[in-house]
Design a protein around this ligand. Structure first.
Ligand SMILES: *Cc1c(COP(=O)(O)O)cnc(C)c1O
Length: 368
């Protein structure tokens, strides 16, 4: 039978099983324990900041960051239109309004020029997303945020270990949020984290994560909080994953170089991923885009790949085409085009050089 090449797949070949067994043997399976503390501290430190607050998923990490920053009804939060739905949803959960912004055609990152145009007297924060593992150009964003006194949240769910001018993403803005879902660069099954250098913000994140319970007085709730806690079990897997994150990133860099080489003859028909000179791309997903044709043609190519045992994903539908956030697509021409022409190729440690050759041959036939 033909091998099926999945688009994503976790690599659990380290201490994951041993650490989970330690949780079971010690009965520390709920939301406190050494694995949780160690994972929070070590992941924050990996991002170059002091505080890590683990959560039950990446969506709650984002929502928690917005709550802790005081986002409330009637506020506006700037977000990229081309991103995963969790981003505008997080703003929506706060009864605030996500203000959509178009993207860069090469890196898919939010366009700083458009960000500034969308700021109003109601704007309270800017969320940037390091999409598919390529970092956002942070300096212009930070400058705009500074000028208007706005906090920047980095959604780094897809970019663990990516670097902007030598600095790890997630640790550059006021806070960074991560997901450890099963298809991310490192995983805890389900899980997330907010990292920050801001001690007061970290205290608020912990308060709102744990039902709003006062750290000084049990069963005293000064605010309405949530249960967004991460389990020690999930953190045990996360810690084992973090021990091998350099390897995980090296595997992805190697895979990207194989793809670049194998697909370079197709460059007249296929746009390959772009990496800015200042960037370390984490290659969560190796993403290509058709140069000619739209969604119908892209879907046809994906169908051919699928019949050859190759799973792919379409680039995210931008928020502005989805029913809850629908707006005129003409206002977001770049994201609209990226979303109809782009697809993610299999990117994980199980993809071999032979698989890459097979994918390149199939793509070449599909595009001829
Ligand atoms: C995966 C992802 C999230 C949400 O993470 P979950 O853990 O699935 O809730 C948020 N933002 C982006 C950009 C993501 O890719």
């Amino acid at each position: 039978m033909q091998k099926f090449i999945h688009v994503a797949q976790p690599d659990l070949g380290g201490n994951e099983k041993a650490y989970v067994n330690q949780c079971l043997d010690s009965s520390w399976i709920s939301s406190s324990g050494d694995f949780l503390t160690n994972f929070e501290n070590q992941f924050a430190s990996y991002c170059g900041v002091k505080h890590g607050v683990g959560t039950n998923n990446g969506t709650s990490a984002l929502q928690l960051a917005l709550i802790a920053l005081g986002i409330e009804a009637g506020d506006e939060v700037i977000v990229p239109t081309l991103t995963f739905i969790a981003v505008p949803n997080g703003v929506h959960y706060c009864n605030a309004k996500p203000i959509l912004v178009d993207c860069d055609p090469l890196t898919y990152a939010i366009d700083p020029v458009q960000v500034e145009k969308k700021i109003t007297s109601r704007t309270r924060a800017i969320i940037v997303v390091h999409l598919y593992g390529h970092p956002v150009d942070m300096d212009p964003i930070l400058k705009i945020a500074d000028r208007h006194g706005l906090p920047v949240i980095e959604d780094a769910a897809e970019a663990h270990g990516a670097e902007y001018k030598g600095q790890r993403v997630g640790g550059i803005g006021r806070c960074g949020t991560f997901s450890f879902y099963g298809n991310k660069i490192i995983t805890t099954g389900e899980g997330g984290m907010v990292v920050t250098n801001d001690e007061a913000l970290a205290a608020k994140l912990r308060l709102y994560r744990g039902q709003g319970q006062s750290p000084k007085r049990r069963y005293w709730f000064p605010v309405v909080g949530h249960n967004f806690r991460m389990t020690n079990l999930a953190a045990a897997i996360g810690l084992a994953q973090l021990e091998r994150i350099d390897e995980a990133l090296a595997v992805r860099a190697c895979l990207a170089s194989w793809y670049n080489e194998a697909l370079s003859p197709l460059q007249d028909r296929l746009q390959l991923p772009h990496t800015e000179a200042w960037a370390r791309h984490a290659f969560w997903m190796y993403t290509v885009a058709l140069r000619h044709g739209g969604e119908v043609e892209r879907d046809r190519v994906m169908e051919i790949l699928s019949h050859s045992g190759i799973e792919t994903r379409p680039v995210f539908y931008p928020a502005h085409v989805l029913p809850p956030y629908a707006e005129n697509p003409d206002h977001y021409p770049v994201a609209t085009r990226c979303a109809t022409q782009g697809l993610n190729l299999p990117t994980h440690s199980g993809v071999t050089r032979e698989d890459v050759a097979h994918i390149a041959t199939t793509l070449s036939l599909a595009l001829s």
